[in-house]
Design a binder for this molecule. Structure first.
Ligand code: NAP
Ligand code: MG
Length: 498
């Protein structure tokens, strides 16, 4: 019997009022149930939001350095449990152990960085335009925040949201993805162990349609921080907009790597393999287009295909595996349908394009690394997010054309350029419409102290990570202190004096 898990509400582990459950399965072996989780509904969400609302005032009044002490403890516990949590994450969502260790490490880094904010959370002081008047800006918490997460970074993404939310003095209700709820459970357990006061962090499992919707429609939730698909993000933005709820959306991408004719080709091949097939292509920043100068197209393509053929597919827990499974059956079918679309559109299939069912792999959701050539911006496979191990090579004649092609999608999350030319480097940095540009490294590999997020349909203008994330989880208050002992009128008195 697989283990039964619970929600965490007001400091207690509790079953759902619905009594319904769902299975968290291992995508490398669909017969393996990692855990059974409550399929919560509006009543559970309401209890969690009420608990968060009651806990908020005391938490907001707890000095930020004291809030940080709890986060520092959580960071230590995460470090201690890193390998165990990585194994759970691999079992529930498939990516290889090295990558889930990296995922937990990102949580550790975020905890450490955000705990440091406990002694910063800087505002500004600035001169007043009037005499005997003092001006400053300070951060205020937003209140109860609802966090809705995807499954592909089951520790890092909840950490990216929880730690900044808490350091800013908010209380939290977390709704993890149905495909990977166990990792969030571990994270919340660590926060409990670290001494988080009851009600400050609440965890409610369940589907997006039921638990997610109830969370974002709850009148006491002041902010929704969502990471997931553009499709769901648009719906969430609409509902939040209608209720004037604060809302930050981190959405998908159609990221590309440019390879110029002066690039180090072996390095560019290394980057393309990691960018396109790391996490089985299921990263919001995954490389799904390779924009290659015709001068090096043949050499790059041959080397890339040769290396991609050597990728070892299998269970992510095995040290011999380079690439794990796809998350679930519907995603597997979606990937394959895009391969069919690509073929019909005239892209040339160089390798892959089929379900991988060798040996043990027939038990899970595996897909071959797939490479298309002869790509053109007019193709759907050059425009739409596939979210799987499929990459399209797009030939170009010049650097200018490469920039035009990289900017030719509705997304603008990550980008990469391989070149040795300093002028092209800076031109690329200034002309690529994306929230992230890497030079001579792949489209994946963000660090937690830099702003993360995208332009165009990759988000709604916010940035997670870095110090910018504090602007999501706090409100600015402008403060004016007049010590002149008389009524001073801004703009009016100032104008008279001159
Ligand atoms: P998703 O289907 O959009 O789901 C994300 C989360 O939203 C899940 O917790 C989901 O619950 C929930 N949800 C679904 N429908 C909802 C609704 N109507 N109301 C409220 N919540 C709802 O995305 P995914 O398949 O998990 O993740 C893949 C996507 O995330 C890709 O597009 C990827 O690019 C994007 N992503 C973006 C970033 C970034 O930072 N920009 C990072 C990672 C991933 P269920 O799990 O129960 O469906
Ligand atoms: Mg799972």
């Amino acid at each position: 019997m697989a283990e039964m898990f619970k929600n965490f509400i007001n400091g207690e582990w509790v079953t759902s009022k619905t009594g319904a459950t769902f299975n968290d399965i291992n995508p490398a072996d669909k017969s393996e149930i990692v855990g059974v989780f409550p399929k919560s509904g509006a009543e559970d969400i309401n209890m969690a939001v009420e608990a968060a609302a009651s806990a908020f005032d005391k938490w907001r009044k707890t000095p930020a350095p004291a809030r940080a002490e709890i986060i520092y403890k959580a960071e230590k516990l995460l470090r201690k449990k890193k390998d165990d949590i990585a194994k759970i994450a691999t079992a529930e969502m498939g990516k290889i152990l090295d990558e889930t260790k990296g995922d937990v490490q990102e949580g550790i880094d975020t905890a450490f960085y955000m705990a440091g904010e406990g002694r910063r959370l800087f505002g500004d002081t600035t001169p007043s335009e009037l005499k005997n008047k003092f001006c400053m800006s300070i951060r205020m918490p937003v209140g109860v925040v609802g966090l809705i997460c995807p499954w592909n970074f089951p520790v890092a993404i909840p950490s990216w949201k929880i730690f900044p939310a808490l350091i800013c003095g908010n209380s939290v209700v977390l709704k993890p993805a149905s495909d990977a709820p166990a990792s969030s459970m571990e994270l919340v357990q660590i926060l409990q162990e670290a001494g988080m006061p009851k009600g400050v962090v609440n965890l409610v499992h369940g589907s997006g349609e039921e638990a997610g919707m109830a969370l974002l429609n709850h009148p006491k939730v002041n902010l929704i921080s969502f990471t997931g698909s553009a499709e769901v993000g648009k719906r969430i933005g609409e509902i939040c907009g209608k209720n004037l709820k604060r809302c930050s959306l981190e959405l998908g991408g159609k990221n590309a790597q440019i390879v110029m004719d002066d690039a180090n080709i072996d390095l560019a091949v290394d980057g393309a393999l990691w960018g396109a097939f790391g996490t089985t292509g299921q990263r919001c920043t995954a490389t799904s287009r390779l924009i290659v100068h015709k001068g090096v197209l043949k050499e790059f393509t041959e080397k890339f295909v040769e290396r991609a053929k050597k990728i070892r597919i299998g269970n992510g827990l095995s040290p011999d595996t380079d690439m794990g499974p796809v998350i679930n059956e519907s995603q597997l079918k979606k990937i394959h349908s895009y391969v069919e679309i690509g073929k019909k559109e005239g892209a040339k299939l160089l390798m892959g394009g089929y379900f991988y069912e060798e040996g043990e792999c027939k038990k899970g959701f595996f897909y071959m690394p797939t490479i298309f050539a002869d790509g053109h911006p007019s193709m759907r496979i050059a425009q739409e997010e596939i979210f799987g191990p499929v990459v399209l090579i797009m030939p170009v004649n010049s650097f200018e054309e490469a920039i035009e092609v990289i900017n030719s999608t509705n997304y603008g999350l990550s980008s990469s350029v391989y070149t040795k030319d300093i002028n092209r480097t800076f031109k690329a940095i200034s002309d690529i419409q994306a929230g992230i540009t890497y030079i001579n490294s792949p489209t994946i590999g963000a660090e937690t102290h830099l702003p993360f997020g995208g332009m165009k349909n990759s988000g709604n203008g916010h940035r997670e990570a870095g110090k910018e994330v504090l602007n999501i989880f706090s409100e600015w208050k402008a403060v004016y202190i007049d010590y002149s002992k008389r009524l001073q009128k801004a703009q009016i008195d100032t104008a008279k004096e001159h």
